[in-house]
Write a protein that binds this ligand. Structure first.
Ligand SMILES: O=C(O)CCC(=O)C(=O)O
Ligand SMILES: [Fe+2]
Length: 346
């Protein structure tokens, strides 16, 4: 009798009660129904436990990801006044350039003190946020009018936006199956693609800055807001997740994988059956190469923040509550939730 591997996942991070598996997504995309189901269960298990997983064979070619990183590096190398002319337009549209020092990520319950924190130790990063093109009243801030490179930046990012939108759909289909919902349950909740593609640049910094400034990090501890995040990181390292013990565990870069994590709105949607885990970015783990002595080299990452459609009302998923354990949260419209969260950090 043919046996089907029920083990598409192996654990690559296992420390202080936090496990992060690496999951081969190919059998979900092109396997038999049984293989598909097996991957769906692994994905959902990871989201129930640590809320983090590494996805490999996800269908996005490495050459596409390399081009995104190259294009991102060229964008951040632009003169500051060009980047400043593309400034972030506010929490409703959440599009445009965010300069170093403008954002301080913090845990949900700490947002009251965020002004004080930002004054002392702002996040050491700059970013550009790109949303769904054509959303009324929310124009993307493209460098397309500046030069040809700006035009090709726009085309490259628009195409990548769609690529990631497809993967969001596929991962949500896996979660649906893993939660005993119809495979296409989430499709109508997410088909608008109200997602945000964020290019991140953590500039080189003097090594002693992390010692000199208490609480200085590249990106402060936070959880993500939406449904899931697709995170592409370069080889530098520095991303960490918070374990249940309160320690921070390295999410070491693995070539050609995407780190996928659940956000707060998905946890709320799942009545807390899914975990949104806090994470941060600190200096890369030692050793760094001798050539970089005195300075930590730049780090680049690309986050694709997936959200339900802005006009959808999010309330506890079928099967996540019963008469004894009811719904923990009131329904909330995605746009109201996002504006509330984004308004608190910038
Ligand atoms: O740069 C990274 O690796 C993580 C960034 C992040 O967590 C975020 O922007 O929400
Ligand atoms: Fe994050």
């Amino acid at each position: 009798m043919a046996t089907i591997s029920n083990q598409p996942a192996s654990t690559v991070v296992d420390m202080d009660d936090i496990q992060i598996p690496i999951i081969d997504f190919a059998p979900f995309l092109s396997g038999t129904p049984a293989e598909k189901h097996s991957v769906a269960l692994s994905v959902t298990d990871a989201f129930r436990n640590s809320g983090f997983l590494y996805l490999k064979d996800h269908g996005i070619p490495p050459s596409v990801v390399s081009e995104i990183f190259a294009s991102s590096a060229r964008f951040f190398a632009r003169p500051q006044n060009q980047k400043d002319s593309l400034r972030w337009t506010g929490p409703e549209s959440n599009r445009g350039y965010i300069a170093t020092g403008q954002e301080k990520l913090a845990p949900l319950e700490d947002t009251a003190g965020i002004g004080d924190l930002r004054a002392v130790s702002p996040d050491l990063k700059e970013s550009i946020e790109i949303g769904r093109e054509g959303a009324p009243g929310m124009p993307n801030q493209w460098p397309a009018h500046i030069d040809e490179e700006g035009q090709s930046f726009k085309q490259t990012m628009l195409s990548f936006f769609e690529t990631c939108k497809t993967l969001h759909m596929q991962i949500m289909q896996a979660i649906a199956l893993g939660m005993n919902l119809p495979e296409h349950f989430f499709d109508e909740f997410i088909d608008a693609g109200d997602n945000i593609l964020r290019l991140l640049h953590y500039p080189p910094v003097p090594k002693d800055i992390f010692q000199r400034q208490p609480g200085q990090v590249r990106a402060g501890e936070h959880s993500d807001y939406g449904s899931i995040t697709l995170l592409f990181q370069d080889a530098r390292g520095g991303l960490q997740v918070r374990s249940p013990k309160g320690t921070f565990i390295d999410v070491t870069p693995i070539p050609d994988t995407i780190v996928v994590n659940a956000g707060d709105l998905l946890a709320r949607w799942a009545n807390d059956a899914i975990t949104s885990t806090r994470h941060r970015v600190v200096e890369p783990p030692a050793p760094v190469s001798a050539a970089d002595e005195g300075e930590y080299p730049a780090r680049y990452s690309v986050a694709y923040f997936c959200n339900p459609n802005m006009d959808q009302v999010i309330e506890a998923l079928p099967g996540t509550y019963d008469e004894q354990g009811g719904r923990k949260y009131a329904g909330i419209k995605t746009s109201d939730y996002m504006v509330q969260r984004l308004g608190a950090t910038i």
